[in-house]
Every structure is written in structure tokens, then in C-alpha cells.
Design a protein around this ligand. Structure first.
Ligand SMILES: *Cc1c(COP(=O)(O)O)cnc(C)c1O
Length: 415
């Protein structure tokens, strides 16, 4: 693969090889990342890239879309089967624009949107003041409970009854615990809101039947396709049939132009992979690995937000090691372990510093690592936090990381 790129543009090729090397040799702990199959990569790099196809299957504004329609149709059918959705739009370019399209479809400017606060585990696109969502809509933000650091459904219900939002949004980017979808549905019914879920992080775990599927409970569900779902960068919107027209109109012509049909073909491939029984084994292993990692970290003195995980991700409060999130991220980087600094609920530190790190197991699980390796990785993480300012130690640890990764090779076909 890539022989033409190598021949015509060695600069880009060389940079790409360096990135491949980085991915091969490092421990990737960022919970929103994954390693897609070569089949997905081939679809992304395909001739579907060349085609304009504004509109939807059988209703296009350009000619020559016979095969594009087949490919997009396949993506839609497979997503419907995977999540049991009544209607699916596979065109959103990414998670944030998918959310934007839903808001456009169901709200007017100034309407009330109720979502979880960013520093409590929500997403920028759920109403943060710097984001389009916060600038366009009237935001009501809920928080997690200060003691348990988990969702307090009674408090959410009280706030929803007081504020009567148009959309109640249950979506999480840094929340490690299970979601009570039935309770969310109940609250939305009581206060007269649409219930929207944003399952960007957990979609693969849901598709793999390792977590409860919110689609039957919700009016609309958005998800990215590149996180635990292990597909190309992109998103989809699933909804009840009654919202199909409004959602489709919001995506195109409301928000986007020509769909990225190469990405949509790759979504079809990824959904096909997720429909196979092996994907359920994969999803279950991601969670087993996260729980094993949590156990090791706790044993070594880390404090976990919400006291652990039911999913693929962990939020680690790093203050017991007398450092902040930024220092932790940097030290781990030195040892070729990649994570992101993160605020923790009620964090006294600024977002760019943060008191925690967010780590997860999707990528390491894709590489074939299991509980035994999670214990090793967990110990490496704490070793690094304890020696965060000892460059020599971090360099030594980097060698250990390289040796572990060498036992779990990725993309051997890429040379
Ligand atoms: C990642 C994420 C998004 C945004 O996805 P992008 O593709 O980065 O725009 C939206 N919502 C949640 C909950 C996410 O975790």
C-alpha cells in the first residue's frame, strides 16, 4: 500500500510513516480513539471520494449516483440493523455537526437545551458558551452529584420540570458509569421534552451488546463512528420515523453540502464488521479491560472519579500524586503513553490544566491486549505519575512501553 504516495510525494509519505510508527510503538489510552481495519482504511481511500452526490439515495442533485446510492443504502440498512433504529442519516461529517443538525431539526434559536455540563462529563456541543450550541440556544446545564460523581436523576428531573427544555440531552464524553435510559425517557415525558442521546463514546459497546441500547427510548440518537464503533471519522443520526424528514432536511440542505461518500462507504464496512459476533467479544473485552485497569490504578493509590467504570473509560484524579492533569499528560507522553488531561467534576483547576486524566481501553483491546496487560499498563501509568519529573526514568519507561507494544503488532501489512 501507498507506493504511489511514496513515489510522488515523499514528504507526506514520510510524515505518515512517522505517525504509523508512533501508533505502533505507543500505548494509546485516549478513549475516543481506535484502530480501524485495513478494509475500513481502503474504503476511505477509495474512488467514492471523487463523486458529488448532494441529496439522498434516489433523490440526488447530480447524475451518476447509481453505485453511490447502493453504498449509502447499505450503510443505512446496516446501521438500522445494528441499533434497531427506525430511520438513519449517515451523512453527518462528524459528531459536532450531527448534534447541530438535530438542534436545527427540533428547535428554534433561543429554545431551551438541557445537557450535562462540560466539566462534569458533557461535550462542548451540548451547550458550552464558547460553542455554537451555547451561542444559539438557551442552555440549562445539569451536573453530577458532588458526593457520588454520578448522575442524580432526581435532581435532573427537578431541573427539567422547572425549566421545561425542548430537548433533554443525555450525552457524555467523560462519564464512566452506566446510564439509566428508562429514567431519562420518563423525565422527558414528564416535562414534555424530546429525549436525545449522544452515544459518541459508547456506540461500539452498545452495538456489541455490552451496554444497554438507548435507541428504543429516545426520539433522536447521535453518534460518531470513529470511537468505540471503530469506523471512519464521521457520525450518524438515528431517529423515530416521525422525525426522519426534519432530520434529513437539517443535515442537507440545512447544514452540509455534498456528502463524503468515501467515508459513508467506510461506515458501511465498519457497521458490517460490528454486526459480526466477534465484535460482541471485542466490546465485552473493552469493558473487562477497563475494569482491570481501574483495579490496578486503585491498588496503586489513584482516585477514580465515580469510583470506577462500567464502560471503556476512566477518569483519574491525579492530585494524590501531587501533580495536575497537564503534568500527568506530559509525563505519560514522554513515556509514549498517550492520554488527555481532563477536568474532574467540581474541579478547582482551569480546563487547560485540569486535575485529572481521561484514559480508556478501546485501542489497546483492538491490539489484542487483555486483563494481564492492563495490570502492566496500569502499573506503568502510576510509575510515570510517581516519577513525572525524572527524565531518565521516563526514558527507561518508554523502552518498556515499546517492548510491550512490540508483542501486539498493528498493521503488519503496511510494511
Ligand atoms: C467526540 C464527541 C462528539 C464530537 O465528535 P467530533 O467528531 O469530534 O465532532 C460529540 N459528542 C460526544 C459525546 C463526543 O464524545
Amino acid at each position: 500500500m501507498y507506493e504511489h504516495l511514496k513515489a510522488t510525494d515523499s514528504k507526506v509519505f514520510d510524515i505518515m510513516q512517522s505517525e504509523l510508527g508512533r501508533q505502533r510503538e505507543g500505548i494509546e489510552l485516549i478513549p475516543s480513539e481506535n484502530l480501524v481495519t485495513l478494509a475500513v482504511l481502503e474504503a476511505i481511500g477509495s474512488v467514492f471520494n471523487n463523486k458529488y452526490s448532494e441529496g439522498y439515495p434516489k433523490k440526488r442533485y447530480y447524475g451518476g449516483n447509481e453505485f453511490i446510492d447502493q453504498s449509502e443504502g447499505l450503510a443505512i440498512e446496516r446501521a438500522k440493523e445494528l441499533f434497531g433504529a427506525e430511520h438513519v442519516n449517515v451523512q453527518p461529517h462528524s459528531g459536532s455537526p450531527a448534534n447541530q443538525a438535530v438542534y436545527m431539526a427540533l428547535m428554534e434559536h433561543g429554545d431551551k437545551l438541557m445537557g450535562l455540563k462540560l466539566d462534569h462529563g458533557g461535550h462542548l456541543s451540548h451547550g458550552h458558551p464558547v460553542n455554537f450550541s451555547g451561542k444559539t440556544y438557551h442552555i440549562v446545564a445539569y451536573e453530577v452529584d458532588k458526593e457520588t460523581e454520578t448522575l442524580d436523576y432526581d435532581a435532573i428531573e427537578a431541573l427539567a420540570m422547572k425549566e421545561k427544555p425542548k430537548i433533554l440531552l443525555a450525552g457524555f464524553t467523560a462519564y464512566p458509569r452506566n446510564i439509566d435510559w428508562k429514567r431519562f425517557r420518563n423525565i422527558a415525558d414528564k416535562c414534555g421534552a424530546y429525549l436525545m442521546a449522544d452515544i459518541a463514546h459508547t456506540a461500539g459497546l452498545i452495538a456489541g451488546k455490552a451496554l444497554l441500547n438507548p435507541v428504543p427510548f429516545c426520539d433522536v440518537v447521535t453518534t460518531t463512528t470513529h470511537k468505540t464503533l471503530r469506523g471512519p471519522r464521521g457520525a450518524i443520526i438515528m431517529c423515530k420515523a416521525e422525525h426522519a424528514k426534519a432530520i434529513d432536511k437539517a443535515v442537507f440542505p440545512g447544514l452540509q453540502g455534498g456528502p463524503h461518500e468515501h467515508t459513508i462507504a467506510a461506515k458501511a464496512v465498519a457497521f458490517g464488521e460490528a454486526l459480526r459476533p466477534e465484535f460482541q467479544t471485542y466490546a465485552a473485552q473493552i469493558i473487562k479491560n477497563a475494569k482491570a485497569l481501574a483495579e490496578t490504578l486503585k491498588k496503586r493509590g489513584a482516585r477514580l472519579v465515580a469510583d470506577g467504570t462500567d464502560t471503556h473509560l476512566l477518569l483519574v484524579d491525579v492530585r494524590p500524586f501531587n501533580i495536575n492533569g497537564k503534568q500527568a499528560e506530559n509525563a505519560l507522553d514522554e513515556a509514549a503513553m498517550y492520554c488527555n488531561k481532563n477536568t474532574i467534576p467540581y474541579d478547582p483547576a482551569k480546563p487547560f490544566i485540569g486535575s485529572g486524566i481521561r484514559i480508556g481501553t478501546p485501542t489497546l483491546t483492538t491490539r489484542g491486549m487483555k486483563e494481564k496487560e492492563m495490570e502492566i499498563v496500569g502499573n506503568y501509568i502510576i510509575d510515570v505519575l510517581e516519577h513525572h519529573d525524572d527524565d531518565e526514568y521516563l526514558a527507561k519507561k518508554r523502552k518498556d512501553v515499546l517492548a510491550l507494544c512490540a508483542k501486539f503488532p498493528i498493521y503488519p501489512e503496511l510494511g
